[in-house]
Design a protein around this ligand. Structure first.
Ligand SMILES: [Zn+2]
Length: 40
């Protein structure tokens, strides 16, 4: 099983089934909101 980790705060966002990839980096909803506010 793979894990999706937030590249900003390193929190575990979600898990997924994948034979080749163990870890993916993404953004959690919390950091998504922060980035949108910062781009204004
Ligand atoms: Zn985050």
């Amino acid at each position: 099983m793979g894990t999706i980790i937030c590249q900003i705060c390193n929190n575990t966002i979600d898990h997924f089934e994948n034979e080749k990839v163990a870890t993916l980096y993404g953004q959690c909803n919390c950091c998504d909101e922060k980035q949108e506010e910062g781009s204004k």
